[in-house]
Design a protein around this ligand. Structure first.
Ligand code: ZN
Length: 176
């Protein structure tokens, strides 16, 4: 490397620069500290974590009222329940609650089961061919796949994100 003060060539075993006397050990330890100092920036509710929080707290409710008028039937109650659960999960994550990762773990396990079950029900209905509305089922199947994929993507995010680790002290771990 070159001395950052005088620009002359210096060697790694030198304690100080032989040309200008700069302490090279403090310089190299500062250079080493840069990647460590960069990590705390990836902390707090921002980036994809903020996207998750907004989607789960506000997005769920917006989706509920945007898709169809509220009639109070079984499907409405199911969607309402889903939005309430998503809201509770979103608030835990957004407020960096101590039990946020635990709440997420339970939520993702249940969500995965529900999504896979929903997918199977639609697939069975499609294959049996008893329903007249095949195209409607096809659309439902597509949304079901998208839902499952999104859930898996979020699980991957909470499992491997450096920001999640810095913010909650750990990543999402299913088996420990
Ligand atoms: Zn120098």
């Amino acid at each position: 490397m070159n001395c950052p003060q005088c620009g002359k060539r210096v060697w790694s075993d030198w304690q100080t620069c032989r040309y200008c006397g700069l302490n090279l050990q403090s310089v190299s330890s500062q250079a080493m500290a840069i990647p460590i100092a960069a990590n705390p920036e990836l902390k707090g509710v921002g980036g994809w974590l903020l996207v998750f929080c907004i989607l789960y707290t506000i997005g769920g409710a917006l989706f509920l009222f945007a898709t169809r008028p509220f009639r109070g039937d079984f499907l409405d109650i199911l969607y309402l329940l889903q939005a309430i659960i998503a809201f509770v999960v979103g608030i835990h994550v957004w407020s960096v609650n101590k039990s946020a990762l635990f709440v997420l773990k339970i939520y993702f396990i249940v969500a995965l089961c529900v999504r896979i079950l929903g997918l199977l029900v639609i697939l069975l209905a499609l294959l049996s061919g008893t329903t007249k509305n095949q195209s409607e089922l096809g659309v439902a199947l597509m949304f079901s796949f998208i839902g499952l994929g999104t859930t898996i993507a979020w699980i991957g995010y909470f499992r491997y994100s450096q920001r999640v680790k810095n913010t909650y002290g750990s990543n999402l771990i299913f088996f420990s």
